[in-house]
Design a protein around this ligand. Structure first.
Ligand code: SF4
Ligand code: SF4
Length: 95
């Protein structure tokens, strides 16, 4: 999915390297290969590949990742049309 893109520079994804323990979960669960482990730390190798599904943040054991559903989440956008912004959620993420 390396060719997958929404809009450039709009994702809310943030990584706090100091909190990362290098477990590799984010690399494993991300459907778009956004993360890669370098040494014992995760790094964001493809920020604009993030579609804000929230899987990485939900699975990170140290809360080193923050991501808020937004314009990058297709599910979220559709739900805002149907249910309104208040009730919409992105990929089950509650962040
Ligand atoms: S899931 Fe969290 S702790 Fe594990 S490698 Fe990714 S950022 Fe680091
Ligand atoms: S929010 Fe989803 S697409 Fe974005 S980096 Fe995390 S797992 Fe990958």
């Amino acid at each position: 999915m390396d060719d997958f893109r929404y809009l450039s520079g709009v994702t809310t994804l943030q990584l706090e390297p100091e909190a990362c323990v290098g477990c590799g979960m984010c690399e494993n669960v991300c459907p778009h290969g956004v993360f890669i482990l370098e040494g014992k730390k995760a790094v964001i190798r493809d920020l604009d590949g993030c579609m804000e599904c929230g899987a990485c943040a939900l699975n990170c054991p140290t809360d080193a990742i923050r991501v808020t559903p937004g314009v990058g989440c297709a599910s979220y956008i559709i739900q805002t049309w149907i249910k309104g912004r208040e009730a919409a959620a992105c990929g089950g993420a509650d962040t």
